[in-house]
Design a protein around this ligand. Sequence first.
Ligand code: FDP
Length: 342
Amino acid sequence: MTVTTQNEKLVTLEEYVIEAQAQFPKATGEMTQLLMDITLGAKIIAREINRSVLKDINSAETITEPHSFKRARLEQFAKEQMYYALNRSNEVCLMITDDMAEPEMLNEGTGKYIVVLDPLDGTSNIAFNGAVATTFSIYRRKTHPESVIDPTEALRSGNEQVVGGYVLYGSSIMLVFTAEGMGVSFFTLDPAIGEFCLSNENVSVPEFKSNFSINTSFYELWSEVDQGFFDYLTGNDNLAGKAYSLRYGGSVVSDVHRILMEGGLFGYPPNSLNPRGKLHLMYKCNPLAFIMEKAGGVATNGDVRLLDIRPGKIHYQTPVFMGSVKNMQEYSDFRTNFEDKK
Ligand code: FDP
């Protein structure tokens, strides 16, 4: 009789990436280390998010702290932790985060990797115990690692990512990542042992689900085609033959994570307030698009693959549509028919 104990089944992130490294020639020890450093930063951020919730419970004083202060404090904390984390390996030459005017050089601009990240996205959700996340992309530097990097080298298209991922601080803390030559894996933080443990491997997004995740309050500000698509989804003459369910939480990572797990379409269309879209390509959309595609889904700006866009600036914003193959095909067919009928 074979007895399988709980411990035998447990695969830690470190074990998993070391094994992956042996299978994929492009996966290097430095990249593994970098991933471990990022997850260490994420664990410290998770602890601080928890502490700040506890402070709210225990202190009448902090509860009166304006939400915007707490938000700014946590964002700053997350950025600092990621800065320390990325400095650990001496392999990162450039770091880009959502609030930087310019890329920041690490190791005096030397090192093999460029890391682009949003240390804490969706902080408006913290007041309501909603999900927040860290998103990250790792790029291999093209120029010599011992020379001082020219920051414009960071303006790469998402299809050059070597690793893309996110950590979702939700009801549990989950790391989702993919890398060159690998599928999408989920790791859940086991707080008792402080390790991210493998929970799902080679994840694939279901082909179709009659769900959509879009902030529909912008309806009046959308283009005619996006208004038409919303009317179509909420009518009966669509692929499902019934109104689709709306699933919008207002935190892009958890909204996309849900689509990744159960299927459907996530969208943030352009509107007259944000005619070029709201979400940032480099540090939010690219890691999500990399994961979505690796899971068998599709990710576009409505016209072209997000991963093919070469940003002209680090804070490039874009419209986003991503999700299950059939939902995305339905969107694309709708647009084509709409244009043809004009
Ligand atoms: P937030 O403003 O709370 O930081 O990236 C920014 C983001 O959150 C996304 O996480 C979220 O999907 C989006 O903005 C929500 O925007 P709307 O409030 O316009 O729907």
